[in-house]
Design a binder for this molecule. Structure first.
Ligand SMILES: Cc1cc2nc3c(=O)[nH]c(=O)nc-3n(C[C@H](O)[C@H](O)[C@H](O)COP(=O)(O)OP(=O)(O)OC[C@H]3O[C@@H](n4cnc5c(N)ncnc54)[C@H](O)[C@@H]3O)c2cc1C
Length: 374
């Protein structure tokens, strides 16, 4: 039996892949499913366009380029993982620049490099762009945006009997080989232990002889903006004149409220700011990137969370999912929500077969987590 530690997107996608192949597996989650980075993400299934804004199709853009279609297949019920029923916010993301010359150039180069994925559109083709003074360039990217919570629900419903709420305290070793895990409910044995525990993987590795597998954190200071009156939902990237989106916006509506969730350069650069300063920066970014819209802002809050990834040496963004394999142990970080299928492919290549009998525990089932801005 495969023991997967961590019930975020990486662990759940992998569990579905194993289940589809008849390989017994369990997922151990210390709290609620998705409560780490997964529910804090913006749900954007990137295909790499945002890494090509300087006109160069980097290796990262090439590797990640296959992911939107992989997800679209899953969302349509084609392939090993069936995500029919997941709410898709949009099948495309937006990329827009305001009317400065530099921004227009960035838009032009991005479109040249990524012509098959990027389509220039007129502002009046998008609600909230054409009707009120937007002056810049607007593109649609063939990259979907999903409702992450509904994705977790659809996945969990298919994994009944495989999901357990249990904090893993330590890996159990026999010589150089991992043979199981010690949890708050007791010990359980498996033929392979797969760590998809995000930030939690670091503590589990610290207590082991698995030398040389290291992770890095890249923190973000995201901003949630609660609106008193709804605006036309926005999912996409406002580009300034750098090679990264200045502002990445996703929109989350409930029956009673609407929240704009802001990331991009705003979140990367605001780490040393106080919450009050970061909220001010967010207002300025909204003025620059969505200035033509009148937003009924009620409240702003800062959500600080780190991305947990394989260490790259200098702390740069890893090009793709990181998967490391030792005897009986696999350690994996997807790096992006979008790359969960690529992570599963690599883990399956490293640890697929299992001839031991299935011995599932009788521990509690984890709930689905909540969005951090709720
Ligand atoms: C603010 C933000 C926005 C992002 N937006 C996007 C985006 O729009 N698109 C995109 O592609 N990527 C995005 N990402 C990246 C993406 O969210 C992550 O790469 C992905 O969610 C990581 O998934 P994971 O399953 O590896 O980790 P996590 O979601 O962190 O899951 C790890 C799980 O392991 C559990 N765990 C930890 N320790 C233990 C233990 N000892 N025992 C049992 N369980 C344990 C945790 O409780 C957690 O639920 C974003 C990331 C952040 C932080």
């Amino acid at each position: 039996m495969k023991i997967i530690v961590g019930g975020g997107i990486a662990g759940l996608w992998l569990a579905l892949e194993y289940q589809a192949r008849g390989v017994p597996c369990i997922v151990l989650e210390q709290g609620a499913l998705g409560q780490g980075q997964t529910l804090a993400s913006q749900g954007m299934i990137h295909g790499g366009t945002k890494y090509a804004l300087d006109g160069v199709l980097s290796q990262a853009a090439t590797v990640i380029g296959a992911m939107p279609n992989r997800w679209l297949d899953a969302l349509a019920g084609r392939g090993m993982v069936d995500l029919r029923g997941v709410r898709v916010h949009r099948t495309t993301q937006l990329l827009w620049s305001t009317d400065s010359l530099k921004s227009q150039l960035v838009g032009f180069f991005a479109s040249k490099a990524m012509a098959s994925r990027l389509q220039r559109i007129q502002p009046d083709e998008e609600p909230g762009f054409g009707d009120a003074g937007f002056q810049g360039l607007l593109y649609r990217l063939n990259e979907p945006v999903i409702d992450v919570s509904s994705c977790l629900s659809v996945m969990a419903a298919q994994l009944t009997g495989c999901l357990f709420q249990a904090k893993v305290h330590a890996l159990r070793w026999q010589g150089q080989r991992v043979i199981g895990v010690d949890t708050e409910h007791g010990y359980i044995e498996g033929d392979t232990v797969i760590l998809t525990a995000g930030e939690g993987t670091e503590a589990l590795l610290a207590k082991t002889p698995a030398q040389g597998i290291r992770m890095q954190r890249r923190p973000l200071a995201m901003v949630a903006v609660r609106l008193g009156q709804p605006t036309a939902p926005i999912f996409g990237h406002y580009i300034g004149f750098g090679s990264k989106p200045k502002l990445t916006v996703s929109t989350h509506s409930t029956e009673t409220s609407q929240t704009l969730y802001l990331g991009g350069q705003l979140a990367e650069d605001g780490l040393d700011c106080s919450d009050a300063e970061q909220c001010q920066r967010a207002l300025e970014a909204l003025r620059q990137g969505l200035g033509w819209r009148s937003l009924a802002i009620e409240a702003l809050s800062v959500i600080r969370i780190a991305r947990a990834e394989p260490a790259t040496g200098q702390g740069h963004r890893p090009e793709t999912a990181g998967v490391f394999h030792r005897d009986g142990l696999v350690v994996a970080w997807p790096t992006k929500l979008a790359l969960a299928p690529a992570l599963a492919d690599a883990v399956l290549a490293a640890a697929s077969g299992d001839d031991r009998p299935d011995s599932k525990p009788t521990w509690p089932t984890p709930a689905i987590g909540r969005y951090p801005w709720q």
